[in-house]
Write a protein that binds this ligand. Structure first.
Ligand SMILES: [Zn+2]
Length: 123
């Protein structure tokens, strides 16, 4: 089992008992090591560590991967949203594809609603 290190730059400064390691007399607080972590796609042991990383590195990361300089546009062709039609009440709801720009609705089967690959969007 491979242990991963938490990528939080200040993980070792949180003085919890589980981080205090080493032989008696030379114990240190250490970055957490886990087989799996739940935050930031498994890179961080806690939201604190995730936020510490973001505070420290997010500007560099955004610049590295490409900062947006113009707004993106969601056009009519890609504005289809899976939705319920509740007009006949919860028990008789029907599934619909609703266009978020034109408000046009098209019928959708429950199977199509649940199929994450089914889409009217062109992408
Ligand atoms: Zn951590």
């Amino acid at each position: 089992m491979t242990l991963k290190l938490c990528q939080g730059p200040a993980c070792h400064t949180y003085t919890t008992k589980d981080r205090l390691k080493g032989p008696a007399g030379s114990k240190t607080y250490q970055t957490r090591r886990r087989s799996s972590m739940y935050y930031g796609k498994g890179n961080f042991c806690s939201m604190n560590c995730y936020n510490d990383w973001a505070e420290t590195f997010i500007d560099n990361a955004v610049d590295h991967f490409g900062r947006l300089t113009d707004p993106k546009h969601l056009t009519e062709e890609n504005a289809w949203i899976k939705d319920y039609n509740w007009s006949n009440g919860y028990d008789n709801r029907t599934y619909v594809y609703r266009n978020g720009i034109t408000n046009e609705q098209r019928p959708l089967t429950e199977e199509q609603f649940r199929d994450s690959n089914y889409t009217l969007n062109e992408r």
